[in-house]
Design a protein around this ligand. Structure first.
Ligand code: UD1
Length: 344
């Protein structure tokens, strides 16, 4: 019998790519999502890539009654991957309570359900935002966490603490937090990808929408940072490579290979790339021009961050494989497949 994995938030950007990789590796995927920031048609994309339609339940996991009903219906889950969270930095500053309530309640509800229903394993979506602006680069897992710049970032940091403390008190539970750097790109089939609602906050969707003519021009937020070309540096990880990291994390948990029952890993490429290099890379790989102008710095941006991935490479046996150019091209192919009306 196939092992059942709950993918909470599985119709979202990273969740949908992870559902594909889990199915490709012989797992049975059950998606629970409230569709607050994703569309049900994502299931068609997953099915058309893998030949299998994942089981889907529309559930708000931040509501305890809905969570309990869901777990009663699925008593044979082996593990949970938890992606179901709000993720817009700016919105979190304006609506902190919404972020704390949604992101933390859903995690705590799921941990309660894991205790209650003997589901031993959790993989959690964390973020490099927990490091703030690090004093030393690249960041390793032992780089100290810093006070979060936003309520969104704080929910990731607090969530890590909640998991750490819960599995400590309940040694039959196991958790792995994956600290993502900047996930970009789309499945090479262009059947699933990122679907930002409204004006995108993140760099790559803004670039693809600009090139598609939906936005006039990209604003590059600052060229006066202390970096070689003056623009900010990030570690841009291909979303399919990132999805594969979840599969190896699940396998590690199912095979009891953990060093302790709470672990956390950096999931990035190990390469720092500037905003201006992203623009060049996009132009090189797609042959399209990216209209852009330099504007003032965006408040809250860190100057540079990129990962030391050696711990994930060694312990998980995982590493990022895609080239930046291929990843940027995949983002553009996805954009070309989208109808303009889908982006308000
Ligand atoms: C942010 C969050 C991260 C979260 C990610 C996805 C922080 C510190 N980081 O990453 O935790 O996982 O969003 O939601 O909270 N840029 C432009 N013009 C644009 C858009 C972006 O120049 O129109 C630049 C930014 O200044 C930055 C880089 O592009 O240097 C990447 O920005 P973005 O894609 O928004 O991601 P982060 O802010 O790095």
């Amino acid at each position: 019998m196939k092992k059942q994995i709950l993918v909470a938030g599985g119709t979202g950007y990273i969740g949908s790519h992870t559902a594909v990789e889990l199915q490709n590796n012989g797992f049975e995927v059950i998606i629970a999502d409230n569709l607050s920031n994703s569309k049900i048609e994502v299931l068609d994309g997953i099915e058309s890539i893998t030949g299998i339609r994942p089981i889907f339940e529309k559930v708000d996991l931040s509501v305890i009654e809905e969570t309990e009903a869901f777990f009663k219906k699925y008593p044979n889950l082996e593990a949970i991957i938890h992606f179901a969270a709000n993720k817009a930095v700016g919105e979190s500053v304006a609506k902190p309570l919404m972020y704390y309530r949604n992101n933390l309640n859903s995690l705590m509800n799921m941990l309660e359900a894991m205790k209650e229903h003997n589901i031993p394993n959790l993989v959690f979506s964390s973020s490099c935002t927990v490091y703030g602006q690090p004093d030393k680069l690249p960041v390793t897992e032992s780089t100290p966490r810093k006070e979060a710049e936003s309520p969104y970032g704080n929910t990731k940091s607090i969530s890590e603490d909640i998991i750490r403390d819960t599995v400590k008190a309940h040694p039959n539970l196991n958790g792995i937090a994956l600290r993502y750097f900047n996930p970009i790109g789309a499945h090479p089939s262009a059947k699933i990808g990122e679907l930002p609602l409204g004006v995108p906050n993140n760099l790559i969707p803004f670039i693809t929408q600009t090139v598609a003519g939906i936005r006039q021009e990209l604003s590059v937020f600052g060229d006066d940072y202390n970096t070689p070309d003056g623009s900010c540096i990030r570690d841009y990880i291909n979303v399919v490579d990132l999805a594969k990291a979840h599969v190896v994390a699940i396998e590690r948990l199912l095979m009891n290979k953990q060093n302790s029952n709470y672990e956390y890993f950096n999931v990035g490429t190990g390469e720092g790339v500037s905003v201006l290099e992203i623009i060049e890379g996009f132009e090189r790989s797609t042959g399209e021009k990216v209209p852009h102008k330099i504007v003032a710095r965006r408040p809250g941006d860190v100057e540079q961050i990129y990962a030391d991935t050696s711990f994930a490479n060694k312990s998980l046996g995982w590493k990022s494989e895609s080239t930046l150019d291929d990843t940027l091209l995949s983002a553009w192919k996805w954009q070309e497949n989208l109808k303009k009306e889908e982006v308000k």
